[in-house]
Design a protein around this ligand. Structure first.
Ligand code: C2E
Ligand code: CA
Ligand code: CA
Ligand code: CA
Length: 279
């Protein structure tokens, strides 16, 4: 029994070691990806469904992995958050977005805001506003060209500090978007304290908006409330014409989803902008 225990113990240690080293390897791999040019900037348009015009876009990162192909954020953002590499990843996305905006401007294309997803740790990091200020200044961009997408659950962790941070960003001219709305602790009472410009209705409400009584009632209430609070409303994950029509009936005209466009590489986004020059 003694030796079996020792054997089990050794087996356990080895399994732990294998797990730890696999994680270290994944961490090193992600570091290489961020520093070594394996990340790719994708963008998905936010469309004014009444005119079909693109109004803005959301930056969505991908990882062009040398062996595993194009990876979606779900496969590496959680690791980046755990290891703190999300800071470098977000800095990379912000740089790319500013470089893209600069290229579009130089090419005489219409300027439109681009939204960046901001993880909780980045949102609360010291010096965020100073770094963003510095970034837009160095690119000769208006802060209004940058939209920061934050989630409700992120804000609810430390509400007072979050409100302070939102006010600071707002005062510096950055645009704010409340992502995945309706999925966190619902915070209708707090909504009036957030100086946000845009509210994004989570896809889970959009899925049944065209045949669920309750879903359409909820969406209608959210849209009315947001508009009364002077916020724009974007429906996320619009996939069918019937969902789009239902959303329009309920007063929600800004749509993002596969019905209009999938997330696309930056080049394709630039080409799309170029087909609709400003008049
Ligand atoms: P999210 O911010 O809620 O982004 C929307 C997700 O919905 C994207 O998934 C998008 O591709 C997907 N989507 C858009 N339209 C449709 C549709 O019509 N149907 C369906 N089924 N899905 C649609 P993606 O690109 O896989 O990103 C997943 C999540 O990863 C994002 O959710 C966001 O939380 C996170 N993420 C992506 N890029 C970044 C980033 O640069 N930084 C950080 N911190 N997080 C990111
Ligand atoms: Ca988002
Ligand atoms: Ca979302
Ligand atoms: Ca989401």
């Amino acid at each position: 029994a003694k030796s079996a225990g020792a054997g089990e113990r050794r087996f356990f240690d080895e399994a732990m070691n294998a797990q730890a080293s696999a994680r270290l390897a994944r961490e090193a791999e992600l570091r290489r990806a961020i520093a070594g040019g394996e990340l790719r900037l994708y963008l998905q348009p936010k469309i004014d469904s009444t005119s079909g015009e693109m109004r803005s876009a959301e930056a969505l990162v991908r990882w062009q992995h040398p062996e595993r192909g194009l990876l979606l954020p779900g496969e590496f953002i959680p690791l980046a958050e755990e290891t703190g590499q999300i800071t470098e990843l977000t800095a990379w996305v912000l740089d790319e977005v500013c470089a893209l905006a600069t290229r579009c401007k130089r090419a005489g294309l219409r300027e439109q805001p681009i939204a960046v997803n901001v993880a909780a740790s980045c949102f609360m990091a010291d010096g965020l506003v100073e770094r963003l200020d510095q970034l837009v200044r160095s690119h000769h961009m208006s802060p209004q060209a940058l939209v920061l997408e934050v989630t409700e659950s992120m804000l609810m962790k430390d509400l007072d500090r979050a409100v302070e941070r939102l006010q600071e960003l707002h005062a510096h001219g950055f645009k704010l978007s409340l992502d995945d709305f309706g999925t966190g602790y619902s915070s209708l009472a707090y909504l009036k304290r957030f100086p946000i410009d845009e509210l994004k209705i989570d896809r889970s409400f959009v899925i049944d908006v065209d045949h669920g009584e309750k879903e359409s009632a909820l969406v209608e209430a959210i849209v009315t409330l947001a508009h009364r609070l002077n916020m724009q409303v974007v429906a996320e994950g619009v996939e069918t014409p019937s969902q789009a029509a239902a959303l329009q009936r309920l007063g929600c005209h800004l749509h993002q989803g596969y019905l209009y466009a999938r997330p696309m590489p930056a080049q394709a986004y630039e080409a799309l902008l170029a087909t609709r020059p400003v008049l």
